[in-house]
Design a protein around this ligand. Sequence first.
Ligand code: ADP
Ligand code: MG
Length: 335
Amino acid sequence: MRRAAALCALLCLALTACSPAPAKQSSTIFAMDTVMELQLYGDGAVLAESTRLITELEKELSATDPEGGVYAFNHTGTELGKSAAELFLRAMDISRLTGGAMDITVYPVVLAWGFTTGQYRVPGDEEIAALLEKVGYTKASGFDLPQGAMIDLGAVAKGYTSDLIADLWRQRGISSGLMNLGGNVYALGKKPDGSPWLVGVRDPFSDTFLGTVEAEDVAVVTSGAYERYFERDGVIYHHIIDPKTGRPAKSGLASVTVIGPDGTLCDGLSTAFFVLGLDRAAEIWKSCEADGASPDFDVLFVTDGGEIYITEGLEGSFSPTNDYDTGDVRVIRRG
Ligand code: ADP
Ligand code: MG
């Protein structure tokens, strides 16, 4: 009897010492033209709230949906919603940081190539030159754009959405979760077992991963030529446009992954760095001193030749898979 009581006391002690782990909740939805996977440890109602937030943002940020907020801004001059306006200003900052390699006013050119409709075509030189007259973030004055100019927040929308979802999760007391918004990953906290999340970085030359990065309270965002493209007369045309030429960027990179606490910035930079190429992107990374005041991010580049370059903050956190040798990975340093 006494033994039973002692056992019971021990059991009670054990139960109070380690409160039960929150249950895993997950969902997959299709939004913003991509598959989104959310998983969190905690209350399932937060997942439903996240889905509602994504649906709202999708509408507000859409340039293609005739009922979308950005569509209305482009076609009838309607004021942008609060989130779209905030993202517009963030995108302008990223344009300034990258010398316009990421530029939301490139939209008329994106439209001409048919990337939004899937009715792909190769515009002629004169057509591109005429469209480029309207392109340029420096031509905007506040939210006012020149006649005929249009914007597309697609290069930053998923990163921004991941930031807002992560904020929501934190406000609701969630301390562990992972989301993948079509290649825009955000890892909140650690895994429930206390180890960091491991996020796979896709190999741009195959359907597998080229490695993993450890992630805790950071976004991991990849832009690559393989994501959306078409082929005409044996030439591949992909969806990331160099705003200087009005044509798909050709910078010697197959993909760029940017890792950092600010998902909006990482999304914008992954697009910009893909346009700029390794050397110019590395210069920007170097110019952002890791002093806490400058933007905080690291980068993983894969060149067209299959070489992997990482900035020094990823040393120890990036592990290549078996197909790649650690010796193949070159480290870019500030010093
Ligand atoms: P994805 O949306 O495939 O993850 P990105 O974040 O790199 O890729 O954004 C690419 C999208 O942004 C394109 O589909 C196009 O709508 C738009 N875009 C293309 N080139 C640029 C650019 N240089 N600056 C801003 N937006 C761009
Ligand atoms: Mg992007």
